[in-house]
Design a protein around this ligand. Sequence first.
Ligand SMILES: [Zn+2]
Length: 671
Amino acid sequence: MEKILVTSALTYANGPLHIGHVAGSYLNADIFVRYCKLKGKDVIYIGGTDDYGTPISIKAEEEGVEPRIIAERYNKSMKKDLDGLNIELDNFSGTSRPEHIKISQDFFTNLLEAGYVTKKALHQFYDEKHKRFLADRYVEGICPHCKSEGARGDQCDSCGKLIDSINLIDPKSKLSGEKPVIKETTHWYIDLPKFEKQLREWFQTKKYWKDNVLNFIMSWLNEGLIERAITRDLDWGIPIPLENTEGKVLYVWFDAPIGYISSTMEWAKKQGKPDLWKEYWLNPETKLIHFLGKDNIPFHTIIWPAMLSKQKDKYVLPYDVPANEFLNLEGQKMSTSKNWTVWVEDYMKYFDGEYLRYYLAANAPETKDSDFYWKDFQNKINNDLSNVLGNLANRTFVFAKKYFDGKIRRPEKHSKLSDKTLKESYKLVEFTDKSFNNYQVRKATKIVMDIARSGNKYFDETQPWNKIKTNKDTAEETLYVCTELLRMISIAFSPIIPKAMKELRKMMNLSEDFKWEDIKQIHENFEIGEVSPLFKKIEDAEIEKQLELLKATQIKEKEKMEHKPEITFEDFEKLEMRIVKILESENIPKSNKLLKLKVDIGGEERSVVAGISESYDPEELIGKKVAMLINLKPRKVMGVESQAMVLAAEDDGNFSVLVPHKNVKEGSEIS
Ligand SMILES: [Zn+2]
């Protein structure tokens, strides 16, 4: 039988799981795997944590513990969060486990021996204070491509481009906060240009890949492939398998995808068949499908297939890479460093995991970025799950219990309307089959919900509450059709909200063991069991609470002070600061931030431009004595020369000039 191997991008073990991970690579994979299992396919679902790399070692340094402790902690917490969301991987491993080390070293050796790895001396940033080379994320600066601040030494979060840290503008060491120096070191590179022809030919066979993925690849290829370093100077990582290379480890992006293989090996061992992994990885017929976020596209479509293709063992290459775009939060780009996200462990304290599954499925960032809005989350849960699907089940079952003791028979003859309702639903379910197969979760979600909608409409039109008084059989017919729709829904929706659909089937006394094909298996008689509401409505207050919590984390984040590198007393003595008296003050035309001041610095007048006009009317400053930095190099601002700088405190965009506590004469020096 055809084998399917599904992976979710390994998540960095430097923090807990958040909704971006779920929407990017876990939920879509889990839904696809559940669908494949329903179709009776031979599928395994593999994942784990990416335990190496600088984010983890940086966190370990901050906490003063071993990196391994950090990796193990977040591996455990992520597994727990995934369980809470009913995301069921067949194996969830971590790349710091022993299985992973040898195979990663073999990948390196095989590529080297096949002539696809080169060794180079190069210049790299070095922190003199800490006596260490600064691997990728240990340096930050301005992105050389898009000029965004806060770009890391390996990649820019704003434009997604990979960066050679040496090209960062205004670089700073994360260790000392100082500007690093440049020193020579040696590293090994994968010779990607050598793969270009082979890759281009391979992409010709991948016309069925998603547009966003193909576009990304083409723009990468057209910029030209370059050799990429596959080793780093770092303590935390897989040592490279060569003599005299102490302190050099594999670059985390090199060994991370190999984690899919080592995790499969771990799975095989747990099955008691250690060689079972080969039936997937070394089988040209296996459909290897990588689910991931768009930032991971280049690694999985260019570098990873290149690595796989030059091993001694003949590995299968990716069959498909259905990458998702990004999920934003409340209209803003998600950022874990700024705590602008929803952590799954926090979410689970308040809401059912099924609700998040439904919302993220209905809102999946499949072809473009999508947004998580708490208010929209509430609307979708209340309007769709509760008012449509929950309502259809509840009204049908309660009615059946009340008038038919829960026993619903299939009518011998259908009305035209009943016939139409059923037929249309069977047709719709076939569409969801295609959607699931094409990873179109959003579409599948909408179609199944449409079936429930048509059920409610049909219920309203046939009015069983009236018919029960005049024609009991017609009322029963309505109940039969609605229950039959709910039976179909319980299968078609089970990849998306598995737990709720299990409950729904229990109410209908249907087996827990079912297949996709059962959808078409017309059911004769139903016997409704215990009935309880499938979904609970979310109250306004619950959503307001989430928005408040989100706001609170932002205030806390803001209050986290960023300190500048320390300076000496001699540095401080270079500043000439004095109390000055403001003589004149006026707005600068065409500027809504700037004031033009004339000040007396103690017998000498200066003209000063100050960016405080949003906080002060010009007149209220006249006659005030304020603190000022006198010896700042003069500069022209909007045509006005500024010969000093007003000292002011800023509180969330609000400026307050500093005034002396006692009356002192202008020109008094501040020290
Ligand atoms: Zn950039």
